[in-house]
Design a binder for this molecule. Structure first.
Ligand SMILES: [Zn+2]
Length: 388
């Protein structure tokens, strides 16, 4: 009887709301709670810029929720009604939680590990994947099997969110072969967007940021770096492209900085309208929110930003944004990875043990690194057990 009262414990990266910081906690390994659940033993979990919106106080998250929506691992248990995956499968966990509707459309109901969705049937289903195990709801819809032995773990891991997200920016901007493209932001998403623009046939790609290490990385993949700390990005780009560029991708969002290094939320969108040519397109996948709890004025708190509607109309520019429907792009990007045409893992610069999560978040938040991942070799998983 005694063993039934034992439950394994694990380490997880938790939000400590009171102290406004992340912390590593030992918690119980999650259990199957619904017939469509799966429990995944995590092997790699990346930190995303989205996680920093919480740590910087711009998006609220419930206390003690586990961070992480970019994880992969091995299926440890499945519920009775899970049909498309099995125990032992190596899977990527789609970071933006889906439930596939009856006509095959994807109903997005939030992002794991951000606390921004309210339809989960148990509280623990909102927990993310920066932990040794994760409970995944609607496993058939949210687990994406990857084949053994081909591609690197860190290439596949990027299918969880940012490679499809970066690709989606170019879809939203309506990029075609031969286009010139400006990508705002040379963080991990911006770098993958610039990389994807070349995969999709761009002739010139400009990468806009103010961090020299990130611009150097952009240059290493063939992009033309634009450092906006030397002056407004739109002015610098228009000197090089007097007619404007075909496409702009906003891979920064509402936490963007101006040339003085100040957060002015509409900076990137204004620069994008200014540098996009007549009848060009803008893809906006950097996050904007209808409720910005850290904003300075009442309009911005409601996500209302001054925007050059007149100039956009006169230029006939199209603007499309939003969060990616991951399933639309994961298959094609998986093929690019498997065939060796794409090696998106170049964006990772640092690997961490989960015990060093505070440092990993600090270094990422301070832009001392580009992309960090927690890795969990199986033999290092917590073996300890706790009384229930
Ligand atoms: Zn992400």
């Amino acid at each position: 009887m005694a063993e039934a009262h034992h439950q394994k414990i694990m380490k997880a990266v938790k939000w400590d709301k009171e102290n406004r910081s992340v912390k590593v906690e030992k918690v119980k390994v999650p259990k199957i709670q619904h017939p469509l659940d799966a429990i995944v033993r995590i092997t790699s979990a990346a930190i995303c810029g989205t996680d920093l919106h919480t740590t910087r106080g711009r998006i609220e998250m419930d206390d003690h929720l586990t961070f992480g929506h970019e994880s992969m691992g091995i299926i440890d248990q499945i519920g009775d009604d899970v049909s498309s995956v099995k125990v032992g499968d190596r899977v990527v966990i789609s970071g933006l939680a889906n439930k596939i509707g009856p006509n095959g459309s994807s109903i997005l109901y939030g992002t794991f590990g951000t606390g921004d969705y309210g339809v989960a049937e148990t509280a623990s289903q909102e927990d993310g994947g920066q932990a040794e195990f994760m409970q995944v709801p609607y496993a058939d819809d949210n687990l994406f099997p990857v084949p053994a032995g081909k591609g690197s773990e860190l290439d596949y891991l990027l299918l969880a969110d940012i490679f499809p997200t970066a690709w989606f920016a170019l879809e939203r901007a309506e990029q075609v072969i031969g286009d010139t493209v400006v990508v705002f932001g040379a963080g991990p998403v911006g770098l993958l967007c610039a990389y994807s623009a070349f995969l999709r046939g761009a002739v010139r790609v400009y990468s806009v940021d103010n961090v020299p290490e990130r611009l150097a990385k952009a240059k290493s993949i063939g992009a033309i770096p634009i450092n906006f700390s030397h002056g407004p990005a739109d002015e610098q780009i228009l000197k090089l492209e007097p007619q404007g560029v075909d496409r702009c991708c906003d891979c920064v969002g509402f936490e963007c900085l101006n040339e003085k290094g100040e957060n002015v939320e509409n900076t990137v969108i204004n620069w994008a309208v200014n540098v996009t040519r007549l009848y060009g397109g803008i893809g906006q996948i950097g996050v904007y929110v209808p409720k910005d709890i850290g904003a300075k004025d009442p309009a911005t708190m409601k996500g209302i930003l001054p925007f050059p509607v007149g100039l956009m109309w006169v230029k006939g520019i199209s603007l499309k944004g939003g969060a990616v429907q991951l399933r639309l792009y994961q298959d094609v990007l998986l093929k690019l990875i498997q065939s060796g045409k794409a090696k998106p893992s170049f964006v990772f610069t640092n690997k961490f043990n989960i015990d060093d999560a505070v440092k990993a978040y600090d270094d990422f938040g301070n832009r001392k690194l580009i992309k960090a991942v927690f890795q969990f070799p199986s033999k290092e998983h917590s073996e300890a057990e706790a009384e229930n």
